[in-house]
Design a protein around this ligand. Structure first.
Ligand code: OGA
Ligand code: MN
Length: 319
C-alpha cells in the first residue's frame, strides 16, 4: 500500500488520504499526515471503520484529548455497542447537535479552545447530514486592507449559552461543570496559527459582544465576516459521508457545521476532540479578566430572553 494525499479538486483546502490503515500507523506515516494536516487544514480518510479505541489512539497522535470516541448521534449507544431508537429533537442532546448546524469552531466556550477534531461515520442518512468546512485562512487573506485593519485590534466573547440562545432560542439551565457554565471567554478575531504562523478569522456562532462596539455593530460585523468567508465556493467544502470515513480538521484554521437531515433517521458519528495548546488559552474562570465575560454574557442573555418572546426560530426550534 502506498500512502497518497490528494488535494480536493476545486477547493483551496483539504485533501483525501488513501493507501493507509490508521489503526496500523507508523510514526513516519503520521509525520506525513501531520504535515498534510497543517497544510490542507482538513483530511478525509475514506473506508477506515475505526473502533472507538482506534479513534482515540489516532486522536492522541495529535495531542492531549478533550474527549475521545463520544457519540455525536441521535441514538444512544449501549454498553454492548448497540444503539437505541432515534431520540427526540426536543432532548437536550439533540438541541446541542442541532446547534452544530451553525458555523463554529469547537470549544471556544472553554478556557482552552480545541486544537483539532475528528469525526468517524457510523450511520448516515442517504440525504443531508453532511459536514461542511470553511477556510478562515483564505477568508482572512481575501479581506481588503481596511477590513483587515478593522478586525486587527478586536476580540469577541465566546459562549455556547449565547449561541444556543441566539441560534435556537434555547436557554438551558446554567450549571458549573457543564458547557452552560456562565463564563464567556474573550478571544481575538484574528488568530495566528501556532504551528504555521498563518492568520485566520477566529469567529463563529459562539462569538458575541466585541468590546468597544455597540451591540448592533458587533452583531453585524461578526455576521458579515462569516457571510463573506462562506460566499466564495472555493472556501467551503461539503463532506458527503460514507460509513467508515474519518475526517480530521484544524479548529485553528477552519469553521465547520453539520447540515440538517431527516432527524427520524439514524445519524451516528464518533467524535474525538483534541485539546488546544498555550495559544488556545483565553484565561481561567479564576482570572480577574473572567468577570467582564460573565457580565457580558449575563447582559446579552437578558436581551436575548426579551427578544426570544414571540420570535420564530428557523426549522431547528422545538416548538
Ligand atoms: C462537532 C460537530 C458536526 C457534524 O461534533 O463538533 O460540529 O457534522 N459536528 O456532526
Ligand atoms: Mn463542532
Amino acid at each position: 500500500m502506498q500512502l497518497t494525499i490528494n488535494p480536493i479538486a476545486g477547493q483551496g483546502f483539504g485533501a483525501v488520504v488513501q493507501g493507509i490503515r490508521l489503526n496500523q500507523l507508523q510514526d513516519a506515516q503520521f509525520a506525513e499526515i501531520k504535515s498534510a494536516f497543517l497544510k490542507f487544514a482538513f483530511l478525509v480518510f475514506p473506508g477506515q471503520f475505526l473502533t472507538d479505541q482506534e479513534n482515540i489512539e489516532f486522536g492522541e497522535r495529535f495531542g492531549k484529548l478533550e474527549f475521545g470516541a463520544l457519540p455525536i448521534a441521535n441514538q444512544t449507544k449501549h454498553e454492548d455497542g448497540s444503539y437505541s431508537e432515534v431520540i427526540s429533537v426536543k432532548t437536550r442532546r439533540m438541541r446541542t447537535n442541532i446547534g452544530n448546524e451553525t458555523w463554529h469552531t469547537d470549544s471556544t466556550y472553554w478556557p482552552v479552545s480545541s486544537k483539532c477534531a475528528m469525526l468517524s461515520a457510523v450511520a448516515v442518512p442517504a440525504q443531508g447530514g453532511e459536514t461542511e468546512l470553511a477556510d478562515m485562512r483564505a477568508g482572512y487573506a481575501a479581506l481588503d486592507a481596511s477590513s483587515q485593519r478593522q478586525v486587527a485590534g478586536l476580540s469577541a466573547y465566546h459562549s455556547t449559552q449565547f449561541s444556543q440562545a441566539n441560534d435556537l432560542g434555547d436557554f438551558p439551565e446554567q450549571q458549573e461543570g457543564t458547557i452552560y457554565h456562565g463564563e464567556a471567554y474573550l478571544r481575538p478575531l484574528v488568530k495566528t496559527h501556532p504551528e504555521t504562523g498563518i492568520k485566520s478569522l477566529f469567529i463563529g456562532r459562539h462569538a458575541f459582544a466585541i468590546p468597544g462596539l455597540e451591540r448592533h455593530e458587533s452583531r453585524a460585523l461578526l455576521k458579515s465576516l462569516v457571510d463573506f468567508v462562506v460566499s466564495e465556493p472555493s472556501r467551503v467544502y461539503t463532506h458527503k459521508w460514507q460509513v467508515g470515513d474519518t475526517l480530521v480538521w484544524d479548529n485553528r484554521a477552519l469553521l465547520h457545521r453539520a447540515r440538517p437531515y431527516d432527524y427520524s433517521l439514524p445519524r451516528v458519528m464518533t467524535a474525538t476532540r483534541i485539546a488546544g495548546d498555550a495559544s488556545e488559552l483565553a484565561y481561567y474562570p479564576e482570572d480577574s479578566r473572567a468577570a467582564a465575560g460573565r457580565l457580558a454574557l449575563a447582559t446579552e442573555l437578558a436581551i436575548l430572553q426579551q427578544e426570544a418572546k414571540g420570535k420564530v426560530f428557523a426549522r431547528s426550534t422545538t416548538t
